[in-house]
Design a protein around this ligand. Structure first.
Ligand code: PHE
Length: 351
C-alpha cells in the first residue's frame, strides 16, 4: 500500500458516505473505516514495515485521512438528525428564567365547604352527598312539608318532568321531579338507607327561582347536618353548633337561638352569631342588631322519623342547615353573592 492507496480510500469514503441514508448505515461505515480492524488502522499498522524515509509522510497522510473520516461522519450524523445527547445539551442555558406554571387554586366556596365539613368530621360526622334532581317526596312530603305549603309552589321551586320512581310510598298522587330547594332531602335518603346512630353532614347545591341580586341567586350552596341516636337532646345541637361557630369565626363568637318554625323540626330555631364586624355593638352589616343569622336548626320532627321508618319513641335527633355563600360573605366581608359565580379572577385570586 502507498500514498496512492490512501487517495483511493479517501475517494471511496467520499462516495460511500454520500450514499449513507440511515444511522445504522453510518455506523457500519464508521466500523469499516475507523474500527479496530478498519481500513485506517490497517494503514497505520503498515507504518513499521515501511522504509524509514517514507514513514513520517505516510503517517501524516493516514492521520489526515482519519481526521477527515471523523469529521465527515460527524457531519453526516448531524444531517441525519443524529446529534448526540451531549451535543444537544450543550445548547442548554440553565440561566434562562423558568416557565412559571400557574397552579390555580380551589374556589372560595369549595374552600369554605371543605373547612366547615372538616370541623364536623373532627366531631365524628361523615360527609354524604345527594342528587340535585330530587323527588317531590324527598324534598317536601317526607320532610313533613304539607301540600299547601308555599315553598311547594312553582314560584319557589323548579319543577322538572314527572318521575317514574315507584319506590316512593308517598301519600300524594303527584310524583314530580324537581331541582332540590334545600339539602334536607338527603336526611330522608340517609335515614332510609342507614339505621341509627347516624351523624352526617351534606354539602351541595340547591336551587330556587329567585331573581338574582346582591344577596340572592337561583343556585347556591347549603350544608345540612343531622345526628340521630337514643337520647340526643337540644343541648347536643347547641354544643355541636357552638364548636362549629368557634372553629369558623373564632373563639370569642357568641351564639343565640331564636324560636322559629320549620315543618321538619320541632322545636325549631334560627341561629345567630354575634356580629363579627362590630362584636355585637351594632353596625351596618348586622343592621344595628349586633347579631347575624347563620342557620336554621331544630329537633327532627317525629313525622320525619315515621316517613323513614325510624321509631320516634326510641330515637331522637337534631338537624341544621346553613347557606354556604352567606357564611363565606360574613367571614370574608363580601357584599355581593354574584361575585362567587362570575369567574372574575381579580376576585378569585384573593382566596
Ligand atoms: N332546610 C332549611 C332551609 O333550607 C334549613 C334547615 C335544615 C332548618 C335543617 C332546620 C333543620 O331553610
Amino acid at each position: 500500500m502507498s500514498s496512492v492507496d490512501i487517495e483511493a480510500i479517501k475517494n471511496q469514503l467520499g462516495l460511500e458516505i454520500n450514499a449513507v441514508n440511515s444511522s445504522q448505515g453510518l455506523e457500519e461505515l464508521r466500523i469499516k473505516y475507523l474500527g479496530r480492524k478498519g481500513l485506517i488502522s490497517q494503514l497505520t499498522g503498515m507504518i513499521p514495515g515501511l522504509p524509514q524515509e517514507e514513514r513520517a509522510a505516510f503517517g501524516q497522510k493516514a492521520n489526515a485521512l482519519k481526521n477527515k473520516t471523523l469529521s465527515l461522519i460527524e457531519e453526516k450524523q448531524r444531517s441525519l438528525g443524529q446529534v448526540s445527547a451531549v451535543e444537544e445539551f450543550s445548547g442548554l442555558d440553565i440561566g434562562l428564567p423558568a416557565i412559571v406554571q400557574d397552579l390555580g387554586r380551589l374556589h372560595p366556596l369549595t374552600q369554605i365547604i371543605d373547612e366547615i365539613c372538616a370541623v364536623f368530621v373532627r366531631l365524628g360526622f361523615s360527609v354524604v352527598e345527594g342528587p340535585e334532581i330530587e323527588t317531590e317526596y324527598n324534598n317536601f312530603t317526607g320532610l313533613n312539608i304539607p301540600l299547601e305549603h308555599p315553598s311547594r309552589d312553582a314560584f319557589d321551586t323548579f319543577y322538572l318532568k314527572p318521575s317514574n320512581n315507584t319506590n316512593d310510598q308517598r301519600p300524594t298522587t303527584s310524583d314530580r321531579l324537581l331541582l332540590r330547594s334545600h339539602t334536607s332531602p338527603v336526611q330522608i335518603r340517609a335515614m332510609k338507607s342507614q339505621k341509627p346512630p347516624l351523624a352526617v353532614v351534606v354539602p351541595g347545591r340547591v336551587y330556587r327561582p329567585d331573581a338574582v341580586d346582591a344577596s340572592h341567586s337561583f343556585m347556591f350552596h347549603q350544608i345540612e347536618g343531622f345526628m340521630v341516636d337514643k337520647g340526643i337532646r337540644f343541648s347536643d345541637l347547641k354544643g355541636v353548633l357552638e364548636a362549629f361557630a368557634k372553629a369558623v369565626f373564632g373563639e370569642d363568637i357568641k351564639m343565640r337561638f331564636r324560636p322559629h318554625f320549620f315543618p321538619f323540626t320541632e322545636p325549631s330555631a334560627e341561629v345567630d352569631i354575634s356580629c363579627i364586624i362590630c362584636k355585637g355593638k351594632g353596625c351596618s352589616v348586622c343592621g344595628r342588631k349586633g347579631w347575624l343569622e347563620v342557620l336554621g336548626a331544630g329537633m327532627i320532627h317525629p313525622n320525619v322519623f315515621k316517613h323513614v321508618g325510624y321509631n320516634a319513641r326510641e330515637y331522637t335527633g337534631f338537624a341544621f342547615g346553613m347557606g354556604v355563600e352567606r357564611i363565606a360573605m360574613l367571614k370574608y366581608g363580601i357584599n355581593d353573592i354574584r361575585l362567587f359565580f362570575e369567574n372574575d379572577l381579580r376576585f378569585l385570586r384573593q382566596f
